[in-house]
Design a protein around this ligand. Structure first.
Ligand code: FAD
Length: 310
């Protein structure tokens, strides 16, 4: 059996694996797609000490760093079920979608998340060419330009306020008749001179010139009329979905499906730890996920030295 089995090969999983392997304990990583969301990122400018890099380059560096150590990397393998031991100290079983089964004294869940997409024409084509999902990551690329934020919940309104300080103009588009964000955020938003809020509007198309986004089309849910907004960027803020469906009923999740952890990365199940975007950590970033992976790994090591026979 493994001492530590990490599920997920993004920044959180890679950091967890390296920290575990450096303790000289038996470490494995099961990853559906090693690299995680980093593989889908064009340019990264906020990974401190690396001025600028590209997603696939950082993903490759993550994998190479993990492979410097004695870690079993099982890439292109999906975990389908986690079965905690019946008694404290029993091995935890991880069933893979392939039918295989792995056993470990401790588990670190680092399965990440994915942004909910609009599913409109042009969205995929212009992803990374004007269509963005992370204001902290890509906001500065649109300095002095016009952008839209899709979604009027807390994350959408926070994004609009954040972007309004950087870009020339923000159009916030909400499907419902009113914004769902907290009142204090809405007050702030409506006080800003360079923000327009459009409610009861459904985004129908991302328009571009073949290279970059040039605008979007939305349909008024009142009049059915289609309108066009000219702009250079679109931030989609309609939800971040944690990859935790297979954990329902196993570990405690929040109502948004995020794994609940404490400051040591412990979940509700002894021996099961979690880190990164799949957890209830408030901010979702590479550097934060890596720190959380290190925390969970040290938490797991602490658990092992207290529970394993010498
Ligand atoms: P992820 O990166 O999501 O990795 C999850 C891992 O788990 C993957 O290997 C996945 O295949 C695997 N997995 C999932 N389910 C299973 C399963 N059932 N079994 C086995 N494996 C599974 N952050 C920044 O700091 N700077 C940026 O510039 C930046 N830009 C971004 C741009 C885009 C387009 C996106 C989508 C995100 C961006 N982010 C950025 C956010 C950043 O990528 C994430 O915060 C970070 O990758 C989270 O790391 P993670 O390890 O928690 O999860």
């Amino acid at each position: 059996p493994y001492d530590v089995l990490v599920i997920g090969g993004g920044p959180a999983g890679a950091a967890a694996a390296i920290y575990s392997a450096r303790k000289g304990i038996r470490t494995g990583v099961v990853a559906e797609r090693f690299g995680g969301q980093v593989l889908d990122t064009v340019s990264i400018e906020n990974f401190i000490s690396v001025k600028e890099t590209e997603g696939p380059k950082l993903a490759m560096a993550l994998e190479q760093h993990v492979k410097e150590y004695d870690v079993d990397v099982m890439n292109l393998q999906k975990a389908a079920q986690v079965i905690p031991g019946a008694n404290q100290g029993d091995l935890i079983e991880v069933k893979l979608a392939s039918g295989a089964s792995l056993k470990s004294k401790s588990i670190i869940l680092a399965t990440g998340a994915r942004w909910r997409e609009m599913n409109v024409s042009g969205e995929q084509e212009y992803r990374g060419k004007g269509v963005a999902y992370c204001p902290h990551c890509d906001g500065p690329l649109f300095k002095g330009k016009r952008v839209a934020v899709i979604g009027g919940g807390n994350s959408g309104v926070e994004a609009a306020i954040d972007l309004a300080g950087i870009v020339a103009h923000v159009t916030l588009i909400e499907f419902d008749s009113k914004l769902r964000a907290d009142a204090v955020l809405q007050r702030k938003l409506f006080s800003l001179p360079n923000v327009t809020v459009i409610t009861e509007a459904m985004t129908t198309e991302v328009i571009g010139n073949g290279e970059k986004v040039t605008g979007l089309k939305y349909k008024s849910r009142n009049t059915d009329e289609i309108a066009t907004v000219e702009l250079e960027g679109i931030f989609v803020q309609i939800g971040l979905l944690p990859n935790t469906d297979f954990l329902k009923g196993t570990v405690q999740l929040t109502n948004r499906g995020e794994i609940e952890i404490n400051s040591r990365g412990e979940t509700s199940v002894p021996g099961v730890f979690a880190a990164g975007d799949c957890t209830n950590v408030p901010y979702k970033q590479i550097i934060i996920a890596m720190g959380a992976g290190a925390t969970a790994s040290l938490g797991a090591f602490d658990h092992l030295i207290r529970t394993s026979a010498p």
